[in-house]
Design a protein around this ligand. Structure first.
Ligand code: PMP
Length: 355
């Protein structure tokens, strides 16, 4: 007998993370290569003896620390079990069956999946020819059923960013009662040109419907602990707190996130290496004939069309795991010189047809 599970869920694909194997160079999930700093490891160890207790559900200290460092009030911050949970919760608090969630495509895979989980309709607006979010086309696609908008900047998986003027223009077009999520998971890797530079906290103050989403998973190197946060109007934060899965940010995660903020300067220095490497990796790929857009994140996008699956399979056979998006391209995390060179060696062989 089939159980009463919502039948519409049968058509929603499960999120499938890339597989890995011992000895592989893993360039599939935009992680950093370094483990937590000793001070962060110590905070984790110190938290262990208190694990008989539930975590602080209000995440008070972490929220205060974030508020302080961002120059906002604690009522404007909600942390969650990875920023992915905040994406999901924003969809939950805004959208239901028949509603539309608008975002660019290709972009972060969670947007369409989480939209479909609540029975809402993903409205996916193709990126421009330069693989940048097409904010003009997105503004034109807003309807009276639009309930939530995502702008992923830098965009996953292309690494591209919008111009600041365009973003400002877009925010002015969006009706004031529709929340716009500015997903800045990779913000620490951004080295914007003057035309790309904006102050997210200033925009947040000017546009009460703007929700800024960030994470400790990427530059802060805590992907395994699951901590992200939203900065938004207290109305939005209040709604997010109502749907927060109780205790879902563990004590260890909270302590490690706080220790990471303490070590912020040291951690953020590491991004310079990745930024320098991403320029080198892109330049080499472009010289080999790949059409790689400039990236402002810790990965590059290699458009490969129909060769995507073959490229990814051959790459894995060469010991390097990249993230394929069927029929479109592969996303390759940029880490240190040695790992990047292993990928570049493969890309060179593939380009010359020797693979
Ligand atoms: N947003 C974007 C654009 C991402 O790429 C990711 C991670 N792949 C997330 C959000 C979620 O990150 P986390 O849940 O680890 O905070």
């Amino acid at each position: 007998m089939s159980l009463r599970i919502r039948p519409d869920l049968a058509t929603v694909p499960a999120y499938v993370p890339g597989k890995t194997f011992p000895g592989a160079v893993k360039l599939a999930s935009n992680e950093i290569i370094e483990g937590p700093l000793p001070s962060v490891q110590q905070a984790i160890v110190d938290a262990v003896s208190g694990l008989n207790r539930y975590p602080d559900n209000g995440m008070v200290e972490l929220t205060e620390r974030l508020a302080q460092s961002l120059g906002v009030s604690t009522e404007e911050i909600q942390t969650g079990c990875g920023s992915v949970s905040l994406c999901q919760n924003m969809i939950t608090v805004t959208s239901g069956v028949g509603d539309e969630v608008l975002f660019g495509w290709r972009s972060f895979e969670t947007y369409p999946l989480a939209t479909r989980i609540v029975g809402a309709t993903p409205v996916q607006i193709p990126l421009t020819d330069e693989l940048v979010y097409d904010l003009r086309a997105m503004a034109a696609a807003i309807t009276d059923r639009t309930r939530l908008i995502f702008v992923c900047n830098a965009n996953n998986p292309t690494g591209t960013v919008v111009e600041a003027e365009e973003l400002l223009w877009f925010l002015r077009q969006v009706p004031a009662d529709i929340p716009v999520i500015l997903d800045e998971a990779y913000v620490e890797y951004m080295r914007p040109t003057d035309a790309q530079r904006y102050d997210a906290m200033d925009l947040r103050r000017r546009f009460p419907n703007l929700v800024v989403l960030r994470t400790f998973s990427k530059a802060y190197g805590l992907a395994g602990l699951r901590v992200g946060y939203a900065v938004a109007d207290p109305q939005v934060i209040d709604a997010l707190r109502r749907v927060h899965v109780p205790f879902s940010v563990s004590t260890v995660a909270q302590r490690a996130a706080i220790a990471s903020l303490d070590a912020g300067a040291e951690l953020l220095e590491r991004t310079d290496t990745v930024v320098a490497e991403r320029t080198r990796v892109r330049d080499e790929l472009v010289a080999l004939g790949y059409r790689v857009p400039p990236s402002q994140s810790n990965f590059v996008w290699v458009p490969l069309g129909e060769s995507t699956a073959d490229f990814a399979t051959a790459c894995v056979a060469a010991g390097v795991i990249v993230r394929p998006f069927a029929g479109d391209g592969v996303r390759v995390t940029v880490t240190d010189k040695s790992e990047n060179d292993t990928f570049l060696d493969f890309a060179r062989d593939w380009a010359s047809g020797t693979d």
